[in-house]
Structures are given as structure tokens and as C-alpha cells.
Design a protein around this ligand. Structure first.
Ligand SMILES: [Zn+2]
Length: 192
């Protein structure tokens, strides 16, 4: 399973094709949204319908982030954020925090709308449940963040933990921090 929310989360609305092109997830253990792929942030802003009075904050995906996957044309959409933690042009690794779950845009409650398209075209949406392994069924699931990780990062983490004599909880805390993964990689490189 490759979910943008770690720990326990709830599927609040399934993928239904044209009538619901993504899957809706509600964080239980954490509201932090993580990139599910390595790629480039192409969009990080309001899904704007600009009117005379400015942005309509109840429109579409609200504050959202779009990531283009490295080496493919697939676009990953993360909608309705309360806070965006990424900037356009930024390179992201799978697992990097890119936002905080919220209810901006056309949303009745706090959740992340997670959608995958083959291109940026609205008509090329894919079955996000099949691609991510997140069950297309309402219920509570759990993603163990260490289940499917990048071996280079694991090596960096091991090195930093050992050298600094940190416990597992501290490492987890560090990793969850906005620039934590980047910091761990840099520390590991400094240790050599
Ligand atoms: Zn949705």
C-alpha cells in the first residue's frame, strides 16, 4: 500500500471513476500528507476560480499540490489541504511532507482527495485504488511507513541514529518534521 497518510487512516469515499476520480482519506494518527512518489512539484496553490472578490475558497480541490512522477507523465493530486508545505519546482522524494490535511475547496469535512492522472488532462484519471493498493472500500487501514521505503534513506537513517546515539522515537520525530528527511540525508553525508 502506498498512502499519502501514514499510520491509521480512514477511506471516507472510494474511487468511482467519472463521478469521483480520486479516493478520499482521513488521517487518524497524523494529518501530514506525504508525496507517494519521487518527482517534481508542478503545482502548489489554490484550485482557483477567480472572481471579482478573489479566489473562491470553496471551489474544486481548494489548496492542492500536484506532483509529476519522475520518469513518467503521471500526475499525483493531493487536494483540500489546510496548509501547503511544498513549492512549485521543488524536487520531492517519496515520503516527503507536502501538506497538511484540511477541508479547503469543495469539501464537507477534513480529508485528502488523492487522485492520479496519466497526464494533466482531466479526462485521463486512473484507478487510484489499484495503483496505490489502498482498498476501494470505506474503512480504517494502516500504512506502516517503514514497509515500503527507499534503501538509501534507510541506510542514512541507520548511520545518523548510530552516530548520534538517538532512540527510535527521536528518529521518528525527526523524520516527521517538515525537512527531517532532508536533514537526515545531509547528516549522513556529513558523517560520510
Ligand atoms: Zn474526493
Amino acid at each position: 500500500m502506498n498512502s499519502p497518510l501514514y499510520g491509521k487512516f480512514r477511506v471516507s469515499q472510494g474511487y468511482k471513476g467519472v463521478s469521483h476520480k480520486g479516493i478520499d482519506l482521513v488521517g487518524i494518527d497524523s494529518k501530514e500528507i506525504h508525496s507517494t512518489v519521487d518527482g517534481i512539484v508542478e503545482v502548489a496553490r489554490w484550485d482557483a476560480k477567480l472572481g471579482a472578490s478573489g479566489i473562491d475558497t470553496k471551489y474544486g480541490m481548494g489548496q492542492y499540490v500536484r506532483v509529476k512522477e519522475e520518469n513518467t507523465n503521471y500526475r499525483y493530486y493531493f487536494g483540500h489541504m489546510s496548509q501547503i508545505l511544498a513549492t512549485p519546482g521543488q524536487k520531492v522524494k517519496k515520503g516527503d511532507a507536502i501538506g497538511i490535511e484540511g477541508r479547503t475547496g469543495n469539501a464537507t469535512g477534513s480529508h485528502v482527495h488523492y487522485e492520479i492522472r496519466r497526464t494533466t488532462s482531466n479526462a485521463t484519471f486512473l484507478n487510484v485504488s489499484e495503483l496505490s493498493g489502498i482498498p476501494n472500500q470505506l474503512g480504517i487501514y494502516e500504512q506502516n511507513e517503514t514497509a515500503d521505503t527507499d534503501p538509501d534513506f534507510e541506510e542514512a537513517k541507520r548511520k545518523v541514529q548510530e552516530k548520534a546515539g538517538l532512540d527510535d522515537n527521536t528518529m521518528r520525530y525527526l523524520q516527521e518534521y517538515r525537512y527531517g528527511k532532508e536533514l537526515i540525508r545531509k547528516l549522513a553525508a556529513a558523517i560520510g
